[in-house]
Design a protein around this ligand. Sequence first.
Ligand code: FMN
Length: 302
Amino acid sequence: MNIHELILKRRSIRRFKSKDIAFDVLKKLVNAGRLAPSAANMQPLEYIVVDDPELTERVFNTLKWAGYIAPAGNPPAGEEPVAYIVIAINMEIKSSGADKDIGAAAENIILAALAEEIGSCWIETIDRPKLKAILELPDKLSINSVIALGYPNEQPLIEELAQPDGSIKYWNDETGRLHVPKRQLANILYRNGYIRPEAAVPQWVLACENSVEEEAYLIKGFLENNGIPCVLEAVKFHEMPVNFGQLSKLRLMVPKEKLAEAQALIQERISQTECPACGALCPVGDLICKYCGKSLEDDEDE
Ligand SMILES: Cc1cc2nc3c(=O)[nH]c(=O)nc-3n(C[C@H](O)[C@H](O)[C@H](O)COP(=O)(O)O)c2cc1C
């Protein structure tokens, strides 16, 4: 994946697999932080890697997760981060104003982690005195941020904010999947003054329609994983008698220039079915998953 693909793919991850990260990889991530831009090249940041299981458990208890949906966004038992990089400011080098250095270093670490297929969550809601005591850090180090790390066990989805003033609060859907609203490019991009560059504003066109919400989100996720931004618009298409309520369908919109690519991917996705046992995508019509060998039929007893 190139850097742009990594940037599009990155999401804050709060559910992780219980698979260790090699210390050499963690060192590589700290090196990515070390080489970030630094104001006046003062380089006040120092990094504490925590990968000892007994310590990671204690660090976990100093952190707060996903405030808008707490406690639903907490990593569930068995899906906690397997390692942390604590970013601290050496106050003897710089006693104030290291925030921008932190931002650059943290994002370098996060993207370098994703290049290794490692998910992360940047955390600032920290019980700092408690964490400092756990790690026995000297007074000169001021803890700023913690980057929680692990192989991802969730795939949050981006939502384009339909209204410029819409709610920025992320939410969990009924399957527990996190949806993260982002302001649309068209609402934050100006050119040569506070002027909308009409040509640069993406023109959203219809790629497909679906009245089954779960399928629409599956296709959306598939397109986004392949680097195509999508917006789902709900449209009412059928007024039913009062007792039946209303039916609606979802219109999946993509940028005009991505339409052909999106349609080819949609064809590919709808000719595949997800294995209920391992989640792999197999051709529709196959009876047995070619990856795990289990039946592709849903277990009707469940
Ligand atoms: C400076 C900073 C502090 C953050 N602190 C927390 C935190 O304490 N706990 C948490 O769960 N997420 C935290 N986050 C992650 C944000 O909630 C997340 O970036 C935001 O919801 C957007 O989601 P995305 O990262 O998937 O784009 C923080 C992010 C930043 C940049």
